[in-house]
Design a protein. Structure first.
Length: 78
């Protein structure tokens, strides 16, 4: 059997992933993923339009009320 050669990475770490630890998780990563369609599809394993449609379907179930002590997590962030 022939062993498959691993593809060499074109860059060590993608620039959007370098900022993730410094600038926060969801909102920073999500905004960056919107810039790169291929990375968006890889991360969510579906195209942007399908994710948007899915969110519209489940948003009423995920919607929570804000408490006096803290703000509720939005359905998009969940």
């Amino acid at each position: 059997k022939k062993k498959k050669k691993k593809k060499k990475s074109k860059m060590g770490v993608h620039p959007m992933l370098e900022k993730r630890k410094l600038e926060g998780g969801h909102w920073t990563l999500f905004k960056d993923l919107l810039k790169y369609d291929d990375k968006f599809d890889q991360y969510f394993r579906m195209p942007r339009c399908k994710l948007h449609d899915l969110l519209k379907l489940i948003e009423p179930v995920l919607q929570k009320q804000n408490a006096s002590s803290r703000e509720a997590i939005s359905p998009a962030e969940q």
